[in-house]
Design a protein around this ligand. Sequence first.
Ligand code: ADP
Ligand code: MG
Length: 401
Amino acid sequence: MGNLAGRAQQRFEEIFDREPEGIWAAPGRVNLIGEHTDYNGGLCLPIALPQRTYAAAAPRTDDIIRVASLDFDTIAQIDLAQVSPGVPSGWLGYVAGTIWALREFGFLVHGLDLAITSEVPIGAGLSSSAALEAAAGAAASGIFDLGLLRDDTARTTLVEACRRAENYIVEAPTGGLDQTASIRCQAGHALLIDFAEGASASPIPFDTAGHGLSLVVMDTRAEHKLVDGQYAQRRESCEQAAKVLGVDLLSQLTVSDLDWALARLEDETTGRRVRHVLTEIERVRQCCAALEVDDFATVGELFNASHASLRDDYEVSCPELDTAVEAATRAGALGARMTGGGFGGSAIALAPADRVHEITQSVEQAFAAQGWNTPSVFAVQACGPAHRVADEDILTDGADK
Ligand code: ADP
Ligand code: MG
C-alpha cells in the first residue's frame, strides 16, 4: 500500500512543481452490524479497511484549495471564501468542505495544494467519501499544526468537521458512522459506536486472522445512491414512529418494548421498520458480547439475522445483495449480510479462511448466471485509522505503474 502513497508524492511533485510537506492516509470502512441505526440514536460496529485514500499536501499562501484527483485525472480548485451548501459541487466538495468546516470551527487554516489517490472502491458502500474527507482533514491538521490526530478527543473534532462537510456542503444526509470509523477505529478491533451518547466509541476485539477466519467483502457493483429518496423515506418513517411512541429517538426503546410499540403503530410497514431498528440494536449488543468471548459462530448467526431483517422488515436490500449473501452462505460462510445503506453496494461474509476461494467462486458464478457485472470479492482485516504516512512507507520507485 506504500505504493499509492508514493504515487501521491510523485504526482504531487509533477503537478505542483514542488515537494509535498507530507502524505496522509485515511481508510474506508465496513460496518459489521448495526445498519440504519445511527440516525435512530442506536449502535453500530464498523471496522477500518486496509484500503485507504492518500493525500499528498503542501500549504499555499492564499486561501485556495487546489486538488488533483489522480483517480479522476482532473484538477479542481476553489477559494475557501466561496465554499457554501452545494458549492463546490461534485468530488471537490468533500475536500474543500472539510477544510472549510475546520475554519468554521475556529481553526487557523489557509489554502492547500493536494494530490489525492485512493484504493477504496468508489460508490461501493465502503465509504470512499469519508476516506476522502478524513485524508484531506488529516492533511490540513498536519500542515496547519491543528493536532487533530493527537488523541481520541481531538480525532472526534476532525470527525465532526468531515461530517459537517458531507452534510452541509455536499448535502448528503449521512449520520456520522463513516467518518467516526475512518478516524477513530483501531487495528485488530471493531469500533462500537453509540449514537445516543454523542457518538461515544469503544474498541471491541476483532481478530479474525488469529482465529483462522476471514471477513470477505463482496462489492456487488450494483447501483447505490444514498442521497436518493429511499434513505430519506426510511429516516422519516423512523422519526414519525418515534413521535407516535412518545420518544425522541427509537433507541430509547428496547426489544422488550417491541410488542407494545407494534400495538400502538397502526401502519404495518412502519411497525416493520421499528422492528428492524430495535432488533438490530439488540443484535449489535449480542455481537459485541459474542466477540468478547471469541464466539464467532454466534457472530455469523447475527449477520444472517441482520440481513433477513434488512431485507424483509426494512426493505433496503436488492437482488444482487441477496444473491451475494446466499452464495457466500452456500459456500461455507458462518454468516453473511448486506452492509451500508443498501440498494446495492457491498455485502460481507464471515468465513473460515480456507473457504475464501470457494466463496469468491460461488458469488462470481451466481452473478454470472444472472448476467450481472462481475462482483469484486476480497478478504479484509480490521486496520488502523487516519494517520500521517511515515517517510519509510512512501515508496516512489515504480509508484507510477
Ligand atoms: P461511498 O462513500 O460509498 O464510496 P459516496 O457516493 O458517498 O459513496 O461517495 C463517492 C463520492 O466521493 C464520489 O462520487 C466522489 O465524488 C468522491 N470521491 C471518493 N473518492 C474519491 C477520489 N479518490 N477522488 C475524487 N473523488 C472521490
Ligand atoms: Mg459515502
